[in-house]
Ligand binder design. Structure first.
Ligand code: PGA
Length: 239
């Protein structure tokens, strides 16, 4: 398993449903990975094997994994299939999966267990909606998500948390820097087990705000959607 503690920051590009062969080639030709950070690119799964790179500290991640391990489940990809194909990371429970594909904390927990059993690193996404934030439910929502979606076998060496306020994803809106730092602190203080977890921030991260966000005490990197599709911008974020 990759040693996460060797990295001062972790940057994950979530391409979502974007990309093609031309895009992929140009992207990897231009991508500049920094030596003390971990960079993970999560393309649509059909392209996971098309990425051939021997750059150090650069990894590939899946955007999702099946709840099932094998059997008659048309259209699914299991954790062992991802692992066999050299994939080390996998996003789990992204808010778009929770919203459009009806994923629940319970199914996310099983996906995490499947990945951990294969020595892959789940990146568990948690976050509150705007309505929940306005009703001061952020802490309650996040604690429920942590409690129900992160399995007991997860720890700071084999699992990453990504805090992504749902209202900040793809909107250009972000919490204030103080809010980000204190929510990350809250997550790490959930109980002693989470103290040394890597907690990434996601939601409208761009080259113009990434430096400030990453310099926050409790932020260990970022999960980047839209801005990760522009390689020059992504290079600035990870530099
Ligand atoms: P965004 O997406 O950077 O476009 O806001 C982040 C994410 O969905 O992971």
């Amino acid at each position: 398993m990759i040693n996460l503690s060797q990295y001062s920051a972790i940057f994950i590009a979530n391409w979502k449903l974007n990309g093609n062969f031309t895009f992929l080639k140009e992207y990897y030709d231009k991508l500049k990975v920094s030596s003390n950070n971990c960079t993970v690119i999560c393309p649509p799964s059909i392209y996971l094997k098309s990425i051939k790179t021997n750059k150090e500290n650069l990894y590939t991640g899946a955007q999702d994994v099946s709840f099932y391990n094998a059997g008659a489940y048309t259209g699914e990809l299991s954790a062992s299939m991802l692992k066999e194909n050299g994939i080390d990371f996998c996003l789990v429970g992204h808010s778009e999966r929770r919203q459009y594909f009806r994923e629940t904390n319970e199914s996310i927990k099983i996906k995490c267990e499947n990945l951990l059993r294969e020595n892959m690193i789940p990146v568990v996404c948690i976050g509150e909606t705007l309505e929940q934030k306005e009703n001061k439910l952020t802490e309650e929502i996040l604690f429920t998500q942590i409690k129900k979606s992160i399995p007991n076998i997860a720890n700071n060496k084999n699992c990453i948390i990504a805090y992504e306020p749902v209202w900040a994803i793809g909107t250009g809106l972000t919490p204030t820097l103080d809010e980000i730092n204190s929510v990350h602190e809250l997550i790490k203080n959930f109980n002693s087990k989470f103290k040394n977890f890597k907690v990434l921030y996601g939601g409208s991260v761009k080259s113009t705000n990434s430096k400030d966000i990453n310099s926050l005490k409790h932020v260990d990197g970022c999960l980047i959607g839209g801005a990760s599709l522009k390689v020059d911008e992504f290079n600035t974020i990870i530099s």
